[in-house]
Design a protein around this ligand. Structure first.
Ligand code: PLP
Length: 393
């Protein structure tokens, strides 16, 4: 049977693919260091797990409203008030099965066939695929180290056509860790308001920032931008809850209502137990979040220093998230590889270090290293990369 055209061009997530390959090598007994994972290595804080256990004991194991339980929506509106000074009503919030599902539903409800969404590259791997699944066209606008991987208002303006529906802003960014300043968001936002483009603001790495810079949501900048923005966020990265599948979207109530209708016919609702765990996370202390952030910061500083010491590797120091996105083109050329993908493959085969090639993120000269693993492993990985590079020179 022929599969639907919609899924024929769908590529599997490159980040999940490399993680799977690293796991398979590990299972064969190889000493593999996996720097591919997009998830924190810490366990979920215990007060969140206790809340989930309590929910089960109390029988909160049934269907919930499709868009989430009211108590959790209240907690999310309180979070948005506390952290972003933004006021939302519960009708403007939908709880979803991870931020990924919030994005998926959003594209499904805003895009008609051939509508365009501007996706700044380097981008998170699922954006283009999700847009295509909604029959839209992802329009990739590339940026490199020369603009700190940032989309500029000029580039945004010249890319907009009569078919442009939305632009994605992901700050801090996966894979680069780059963060926009308030002024940069203001300038991008002005173009979006002038051109009447919806802003999809993916703020999933909001809590993982390692500089003095404060996180600003583009929706905070003006009433016009508040009206024009759908915020996407969740607990996977901030509270180390990737497996629980908990995300949300906040924005225009018509959009949110359409997303809830869609959920009612697809997932029915996010897992009830997860929702009670999320309620504890959003109403609890952020002490554990701060602890995890501090650990990430120590690892970032250490790994960054080790990496930039390796010949042929150049790296902009990220402000947030838990990735480094060095340009390794010179190292790959020096080792005699035609492209960085080949270099990454050989590094895994020969030195058993798993990185994700930048090609999956729209930046073929770069690689993504996740430092969501122990300091010992990071130091060993840097040592092996150094050995690999010097072996060929
Ligand atoms: N957005 C970005 C930029 C991400 O990196 C990820 C996860 O890797 C997500 C969204 C999805 O997160 P979740 O686990 O909440 O679906």
């Amino acid at each position: 049977m022929e599969l639907a055209k919609r899924v024929q061009s769908l590529t599997p997530s490159s980040t999940l693919a490399i993680t799977a390959k690293a796991k398979a090598l590990k299972a064969e007994g190889h000493d593999v260091i996996g720097l591919g994972a997009g998830e924190p290595d810490f366990n979920t804080p215990s007060y969140i797990m206790e809340a989930a256990k309590r929910a089960m004991d109390e029988g909160k194991t049934k269907y919930t409203p499709a868009g989430g339980i009211p108590e959790l929506k209240n907690a999310i509106t309180a979070k948005l008030k506390r952290d972003q000074q933004l006021t939302y009503t519960n009708e403007q919030i939908i709880v979803t099965t991870g931020a990924k599902h919030a994005l998926y539903s959003l594209f499904q409800v805003i895009l008609d066939k051939d509508d365009e969404v501007i996706v700044p590259a380097p981008y998170w791997v699922s954006y283009p695929e999700q847009i295509k699944l909604a029959e839209g066209n992802p329009v990739i606008v590339s940026a490199d180290e020369s603009t700190d991987f940032k989309l500029t208002p000029e580039r945004l303006k010249e890319t907009i056509t009569s078919k442009t529906k939305a632009v994605i802003i992901n700050s801090p960014s996966n894979p680069t860790g780059m963060m926009y300043t308030k002024e940069e968001l203001e300038a991008l936002g002005q173009v979006c308001v002038e051109e009447d483009i919806l802003i999809v603001s993916d703020e999933i790495y909001e809590k993982l920032i390692y500089t003095e810079q404060q996180h600003v949501s583009i929706a905070q900048i003006s009433d016009a931008l508040y009206n024009q923005t759908v915020i996407i966020n969740g607990l996977s990265k901030s509270h180390s809850m990737t497996g629980w599948r908990m995300g949300f979207a906040a924005g225009n109530k018509e959009i949110i209502k359409a997303m809830s209708n869609l959920s009612s016919h697809s997932t029915s609702n996010p897992t009830s137990i997860t929702q009670y765990a999320a309620l504890a996370a959003y109403t609890g202390s952020e002490e554990k979040v701060d602890e995890m952030r501090n650990a990430f910061k120590g690892r970032l500083d250490a790994l960054y220093d080790l990496l930039i010491d390796i010949p042929g590797i150049e790296c902009v120091k990220p402000a947030g998230a838990f990735y480094l996105f060095p340009n390794v083109k010179k190292a790959a050329d020096g080792c005699g590889f035609d492209d960085v993908d080949g270099w990454v493959k050989a590094l895994l085969d020969e030195e058993k270090v798993a990185l994700v090639p930048g090609s999956g993120f729209g930046s073929p000269d770069n690689v993504r290293l996740s430092y969501a693993t122990s300091m010992d492993q990071l130091e060993e990985a840097a040592e092996r990369i150094k050995k690999f590079v010097s072996k060929y020179q």
